[in-house]
Design a binder for this molecule. Structure first.
Ligand code: 5GP
Length: 256
């Protein structure tokens, strides 16, 4: 565990002061939570896998011109990131009906949606992250119109790119949640993709068998979560060598 100053303690990640101004160290824990923390477990090796998978996906997204907070992976559980001012919204993109949308609209799980749907949720654990409209976001000044336009267009580009990437390894990207932050670039405020992109925050189904390889395995008690995440990492070509032990293995090594 890092001895740096703790800046923020989250459910699955901690943030520590970074080595330079404007940077933070993002530490991936093994904690798994669901249903607004009503279900909690420590799952050995989950943090190591999410660190690797998120590094890989953020690096790929950077390469196609999507600005992210990711700088580099430091070790098995930590990555160096740019400090951003987090926009207090969760942005969800859906391709296939699942989860809360099925309940809300009475759809059938697995039904293809007419087109990708972008939704906003207000980040507030006490309220259970309620869904909000652009009207709410503008009225309460959580983000301005330019930010919303940027978040929607970036979310759809992320969706297009990741849907193709996962399809290439036999996985259907059903839906995912991302978060954004602001940084100052000279006099301009720009929006960056922040947080993480991992099987904790997306639904991934095997194209052939329909097997779930994401946090629904934990939510619905479907089996071994680490085995599922390790399968995703294996397919992406980023399987760490020692998942459960979580030992350092000496600096970043991009595999693909
Ligand atoms: P749903 O609204 O169907 O529960 O979730 C839609 C998608 O966003 C799923 O892939 C789910 O994992 C992700 N998601 C929604 N809320 C959260 C959250 O608070 N944390 C994480 N990690 N993922 C979330």
């Amino acid at each position: 565990m890092s001895r740096r100053r703790l800046v923020y303690e989250g459910k699955a990640k901690n943030l520590y002061e970074g080595p330079e101004p404007g940077t933070l160290v993002q530490y991936f824990k093994d904690d798994a939570t669901a249903f607004n923390k009503q279900k909690h477990a420590i799952i050995d090796g989950k943090g190591v896998l999410n660190n690797r998978i998120s590094e890989f996906l953020m690096t790929q997204l950077n390469a196609i011109g999507i600005r992210t907070h990711f700088i580099r992976r430091i070790n098995m559980r930590e990555q160096l990131i740019r400090a951003v001012e987090i926009i207090p919204l969760e942005v969800v993109v859906r391709n296939v009906a699942a989860g809360s949308l099925v309940k809300k609209l009475g759809l059938t799980q697995g039904e293809a949606l007419p087109r990708p749907i972008v939704e906003f949720y207000y980040k507030d654990d006490k309220l259970g992250d309620p869904m909000v409209s652009e009207e709410h976001i503008a009225a309460f000044n959580w983000a301005d119109q330019q930010d919303m336009d940027d978040m929607i267009s970036m979310a759809l580009r992320v969706n297009d790119f990741l849907s193709g990437l996962f399809m290439g390894v036999g996985l259907k990207l059903v839906d995912f949640k991302i978060e954004f932050g602001h940084i100052w670039d000279g006099d301009n405020q720009v929006v960056l993709l922040a947080d993480e992109i991992s099987p904790d925050s997306m639904r991934l189904w095997d194209v052939k068998t329909g097997r779930k390889l994401d946090k629904d395995v934990f939510r619905e008690n479907l089996g071994d979560l680490v085995e599922a995440y390790a399968e995703v990492a294996r397919r992406l070509g980023v399987m760490p060598e020692n998942v459960a032990a979580g030992e350092d293995e000496g600096g970043p090594k991009l595999v693909h």
